[in-house]
Design a protein around this ligand. Sequence first.
Ligand code: 13P
Length: 340
Amino acid sequence: MDLEELERTARALVAPGKGILAADESTGTIKKRFESIGLSSTEENRRAYREMLFTTLGMEQFISGVILFDETIRQSTAGGVAFTKVLEGAGIIPGIKVDAGAKPLAGFPGEQVTEGLDGLRERLAEYRELGARFTKWRAVITIGEGIPAQTCIDANAEALGRFAALSQEAGLVPIVEPETLMDGDHTIDRHYDATRRTLEALFDRLFAHRVELTGTLLKTNMVLSGKSAAEQAGVEEVARWTLRVLSECVPAAVPGIVFLSGGQADEAATAHLSEMNRIGGVPWQLSFSYGRALQAPALKAWAGQLENVTAGQAALHHRAKLNSAARTGRYTPDMEDAAA
Ligand code: 13P
């Protein structure tokens, strides 16, 4: 393992003003996203959609890396240029989602454990060959009646530790992603509590597996009120709770924390990130690795039509630019009105 290379890559991914575009929707997830615009999920439609995103001019001012899915890392533009080459050409680092998805955890109704460790060493070697320089593994923690159980948290943390160690062995920066879901009607302090238990277990297992934190990025949820809770915490409250849990659990050696959007409205995800950076005073870069919060307006504007490619790219560029402003705490809602 070349730790210096891992550290360089990790720092480049959270370079000032930049964040990550998560475009690693699995086949099942992209099908759901396409259904929202009435488009069937064929391999060609998936390829055309990703080509639209990745060829957005000027995106590299705001986007440091893109997370790809197994199918996508093997695809090319209509003109025959591999997506990895398109990204590298723009100075954007290609990454890859390597987990095999969250599956029901036996004996724990309503809880999930992420699979994908079998054969991972061989797959990582191939992904590096294909151009990937970082990886992602997502664990899902659900809040509900009597859950999350500690067994679920621990099983997921152990898998994240093994994934991260294997990634570093292969010369790839691991993005460890424990997502404590915002689904439910819980209060914000319950989300804080479940997030805290999850992050404590995660770092315990990262240490146990001898993962180099300076060559690792944390991708996690913000601390929020449950999506269907009657009372919703405001922007400042979300920022304070989130900074609190991160300060309690995340060692300063981690170069950056990249948030997932997790079903927040895109403008809310931007406002929350900006507020945290405005408050500041933390040892890590606070950045984004949004899927929906970057792509949703682009997907809608594109709507599967060739003539809408420019409109889709303008929508992506706009959201990327505003999230870049949020990296320095300078985002304000009136920036939304500026023409995309
Ligand atoms: P969202 O921002 O849509 O939550 O997606 C990020 C991601 O990569 C989830 O694994």
